[in-house]
Structures are given as C-alpha cells and as structure tokens.
Ligand binder design. Structure first.
Ligand code: HEM
Ligand code: HEM
Length: 192
C-alpha cells in the first residue's frame, strides 16, 4: 500500500482524506438544509440535528486542515488531460482545499456570537468552547449570511467538480477519476 503521492497518482492518505471529506461535506449540506428549512424549529430532533451538524462540521474543519498540510508537503500528480483544463482544475482544487475550512470557521463564529449561547456538544462527548467574540444580533446575522452563501456557493462548485470528474471518466477516458479511487479499483479498472 503506497501512502504518499507521486507524479503519476495519489497515495492512500490523499485518497482517504478526499473521500472522507467529500462524504462528510455532502452530508453537512443536506443536514444544514434539513435543520434550517425542513424540520420544525422547536422540535427536539432539530436541536440534535444542529448538534450533529456542528459536530461533523468541526470534524470537517480538522480533516480539511490536515489535508491542507498534507497537500503542502506532498508531490502533486501531473494533469492527465492534455487539453488545457489543467488551469481550471488547479483553481477549483485550490478553492476546494480552503472552502470547508472557511465554512466551518464561519459556522463556529455563528454559535460563538449568537446571543442564545447554545453550547456545542461535539458527538455528544465534549463541550466545544465558543470563540472569544462579542455576542450580538448583528454579528450573528452577518456570520449566518457568510456561512450560508459560502456553503451554497461551494456546493455549486462541487457540482461542477463532480461533473468534470464524470467527463474525465466517461468522455475523455483519461484515468483522472481512476487514480482518485482506492488501489484495488484502480488495478481493476485502470484505462491509462
Ligand atoms: C462525488 C463527489 C466527488 C468526486 C466524484 C470527486 C472526484 C475527484 C477526482 C477524480 C479528483 C482527482 C483530480 C485530478 O487528479 O486532477 C479530485 C480531486 C480533488 N477533489 Fe474531489 N470529488 C468529489 C467531491 C469533492 C468534495 C466534496 C471536495 C471538497 C469539499 C473535493 C475536493 C477535491 C480536492 C481539493 C481535490 C484535489 C486533490 C486533493 O488535494 O485531494 N472533492 N476529486
Ligand atoms: C464545512 C462544513 C459545513 C457546511 C458545509 C455547512 C453547511 C450549512 C448549511 C448548508 C446550512 C443551512 C444554511 C441555510 O439555509 O440557512 C448551515 C447552517 C448552519 N450551520 Fe453549518 N455547515 C458547516 C459547518 C458548521 C459548523 C462547524 C458549525 C458550528 C460549529 C455550523 C453551524 C451552523 C448553524 C448554527 C447553522 C444555522 C444558521 C441559520 O440559522 O440559518 N456549521 N450550515
């Protein structure tokens, strides 16, 4: 099992972090929509949906910070396309490296400046302290706006990222998708 990247492809650490972050990110968007727009405001289930949203969001903050450090110290595999989309992919990947960190920090700021001062019980195990900020309605409103628009904006960019991955796989058949898959699947379906 190769842990590190090389010029041809990703190692298990990059692949593992990518898919873990991808799954938790998509679940966070769904949970965010459900708790703010679908579940009844005062239900007990809504309280717990917020708690799980905050827990997984903070986990995402940790995983994304870890990935950022890993990307900075690791080799970046070469682009396989050969048709000029490398620049666009580079910009999107750089944005997606930072976006979950910024979104999660904005979320943490919301709960820290909220006059309601509801504690965050991470995974129902530990209380996460609030950031040392001054609570207030206006500050909360602004933090919610930043969190919301960054989250939905990033969801659109992720949709473009997924569409690009599918085009690499089914249109250009250049191996970009397969090198981000677990090793066993790579050897079963590598078309490079
Ligand atoms: C079903 C969902 C997804 C699919 C199919 C997918 C697919 C891929 C593929 C094939 C690559 C390799 C591109 C290359 O080597 O040039 C990649 C890289 C990347 N993806 Fe995704 N992705 C998904 C979701 C996400 C999400 C939700 C995020 C971030 C929130 C994300 C962030 C990244 C980043 C930062 C890279 C650059 C490589 C790295 O640093 O890990 N992806 N993705
Ligand atoms: C990358 C991780 C995260 C994503 C993708 C995300 C996504 C979302 C989304 C889509 C919403 C619904 C917005 C709306 O329609 O109003 C939301 C709301 C919310 N999120 Fe997050 N979130 C993340 C992390 C966090 C974290 C770490 C916290 C707190 C520690 C947090 C706290 C909240 C709160 C309090 C709301 C409700 C805001 C309101 O009243 O409208 N989120 N989030």
């Amino acid at each position: 099992m190769r842990l590190r990247n090389d010029r041809e492809g990703y190692g298990s650490v990059s692949i593992g972090l990518h898919w873990l972050i991808a799954i938790v990110f998509l679940a966070e968007i769904l949970l965010g929509v459900a708790m703010t727009r679908i579940l009844p405001e005062t239900a007990v289930a809504t309280f717990w949906a917020y708690q799980w949203h905050k827990s997984f969001g903070l986990l995402l903050l940790f995983l994304s910070a870890l990935r950022l450090v890993w990307v900075l110290v690791e080799t970046r595999p070469v682009d396989l396309t050969g048709h000029g989309s490398a620049l666009a992919a580079g910009v999107v990947h750089r944005y997606l490296l930072f976006a979950p960190i910024l979104i999660a920090l904005a979320g943490w700021i919301i709960v820290s400046v909220s006059p309601l001062a509801i504690p965050t019980f991470a995974f129902n195990l530990v209380v996460v302290p609030h950031l040392p900020l001054v609570p207030g309605d206006e500050a909360e409103r602004r933090a919610i706006a930043v969190h919301r628009w960054l989250a939905y904006g990033t969801a659109i960019i992720v949709a473009i990222h997924i569409a690009a991955a599918l085009m690499h796989q089914f249109l250009w058949r250049d191996g970009t998708m397969t090198r981000m898959l677990p090793r066993r699947r790579q050897s079963a379906g590598n078309d490079r």
